[in-house]
Write a protein that binds this ligand. Structure first.
Ligand SMILES: *[C@@H]1O[C@H](CO)[C@@H](O)[C@H](O)[C@H]1NC(C)=O
Ligand SMILES: *[C@@H]1O[C@H](CO)[C@@H](O)[C@H](O)[C@H]1NC(C)=O
Ligand SMILES: *[C@@H]1O[C@H](CO)[C@@H](O)[C@H](O)[C@H]1NC(C)=O
Ligand SMILES: *[C@@H]1O[C@H](CO)[C@@H](O)[C@H](O)[C@H]1NC(C)=O
Ligand SMILES: *[C@@H]1O[C@H](CO)[C@@H](O)[C@H](O)[C@H]1NC(C)=O
Ligand SMILES: *[C@@H]1O[C@H](CO)[C@@H](O)[C@H](O)[C@H]1NC(C)=O
Ligand SMILES: *[C@@H]1O[C@H](CO)[C@@H](O)[C@H](O)[C@H]1NC(C)=O
Ligand SMILES: *[C@@H]1O[C@H](CO)[C@@H](O)[C@H](O)[C@H]1NC(C)=O
Ligand SMILES: *[C@@H]1O[C@H](CO)[C@@H](O)[C@H](O)[C@H]1NC(C)=O
Length: 315
């Protein structure tokens, strides 16, 4: 007799659970609405006269998981925020610092954070990023962030994708870089980074794409790089790397693109390069598109033509 009302009760209970659990947490919604209002004030925006207003869908009477630029998990926790190209192209103040984003560090469930293609300036707060331990994907590229890369970034061991390219970061990379053992893509190109690549880089055994182009890195290319068996793409061009290209570079089975031009590398190209199935190999500015003359230590003084398209020596 009591079964039907009981079932009905459970049905209603389940229903109410799913209704409440399928909208984003109120305190997170409030943080995002505060951010929106702060952003609007900072950039002196008037929603009605601004065609491309990045936060039009962010309204208090809808579920924030349905908002544009906000990503949620199946249980409606906020896992992604995409702030690509949010800066208005006109009437913005001279410099907007990272501070505008600091309230978002309370959303500790974030797995993806993208702030690329804007013109934000200033240093990025290490203590804030230290909170985002779930981060898998972090893209701060194409801004004007400066100062050194805070050490807390290197404690985000879930990171698989780290892009800080096209900024003004400076300073050295310490051994703690080796802690990012899940990293698959690391792009620090177009900054003012200095010092040598730490030996610990070899601990990043899942790295597939490694870009340090256009910085001031110096010293030799560490041989530990040979541990990175999944490496496919390496661009160290336009730095101050010196010494010989290490022979161990021939132990990278998956590498197809090796770009080393505009450095101060000396000596001969190691013959182990022959071991690689490179489709692109740039060494010096003199190289032409498909063929490059390189000198092999085993062949002493004789130059050989290297076909960068097929990754084979021609003669
Ligand atoms: C926004 O701009 C429109 C048209 O330019 C104007 O009519 C309106 O008063 C402005 N609103 C605010 C709050 O400034
Ligand atoms: C959003 O609505 C809640 C109540 O539903 C209210 O407490 C809160 O102040 C509102 N937030 C904004 C930014 O209007
Ligand atoms: C808005 O952002 C500025 C920094 O850009 C910060 O000082 C201020 O406290 C923020 N205001 C609110 C209401 O979040
Ligand atoms: C880190 O998260 C905790 C808990 O949400 C918060 O109290 C703290 O202020 C956060 N730190 C920063 C820098 O946002
Ligand atoms: C970073 O840039 C800001 C704004 O341009 C400037 O005030 C600050 O001194 C710079 N910091 C460093 C460490 O260069
Ligand atoms: C990281 O790299 C260093 C230097 O190459 C090495 O001594 C250390 O054992 C490595 N650590 C791990 C956890 O692989
Ligand atoms: C190389 O690439 C292949 C195909 O993408 C992949 O299966 C393999 O795990 C990679 N790593 C090594 C060490 O071969
Ligand atoms: C060539 O590649 C194989 C397989 O990765 C490796 O065992 C060997 O040591 C490499 N030879 C040289 C000269 O690097
Ligand atoms: C390389 O060339 C030098 C002089 O041209 C010669 O003395 C030396 O024996 C050669 N080395 C090899 C390995 O052929």
């Amino acid at each position: 007799m009591a079964t039907i009302p009981l079932l009905l009760f459970f049905f209603l209970l389940l229903n109410s659970i799913s209704i409440t659990s399928f909208s984003c947490p109120l305190h997170h919604k409030q943080i995002l609405l505060n951010f929106k209002s702060n952003f609007t004030t900072t950039f002196n925006l008037n929603q009605s006269d601004y065609d491309y207003y990045p936060f039009n869908s962010w309204s208090n009477n809808s579920d924030c998981c349905s908002w544009y630029r906000v990503g949620c998990s199946e249980t409606s926790t906020i896992t992604g925020l995409d702030f690509t190209d949010i800066m208005p192209s006109y009437h913005y103040p001279a410099s907007v610092f990272f501070d505008i984003f600091t309230p978002l560090f309370h959303i500790r469930s974030l797995e993806q954070l993208v702030i690329s293609h804007n013109r934000f300036v200033g240093e990025i707060p290490g203590d804030g990023f230290g909170n985002l331990t779930q981060l898998v994907y972090l893209d701060l590229s194409w801004n004007n962030f400066n100062g050194s890369i805070p050490y807390q970034i290197f404690r985000l061991t879930n990171l698989r994708h780290l892009d800080m390219s096209f900024n003004s970061f400076e300073g050295n990379l310490g051994p703690e870089l080796g802690k990012l053992q899940n990293l698959e893509r690391l792009d620090l190109s177009m900054n003012y980074l200095t010092g040598s690549i730490p030996e610990e880089i070899g601990n990043l055994t899942k790295l597939r794409s490694f870009n340090l182009q256009d910085n001031f890195f110096s010293g030799g290319i560490p041989c530990s790089i040979a541990n990175m068996k999944d490496l496919e793409y390496v661009d160290f061009s336009r730095n101050s790397f010196s010494m010989k290209i290490p022979t161990c570079i021939g132990r990278l089975p998956n590498i197809t693109m090796l770009v080393l031009n505009n450095n101060q590398l000396t000596g001969l190209i190691p013959s182990s390069i022959q071991n690689l199935s490179l489709s692109v190999f740039y060494l010096s500015r003199k190289c032409i598109e498909l063929e490059v003359l390189i000198k092999l230590d085993t062949y002493n003084d004789s130059f050989r033509k290297f076909d960068t398209y097929n990754g084979k020596f021609i003669s």
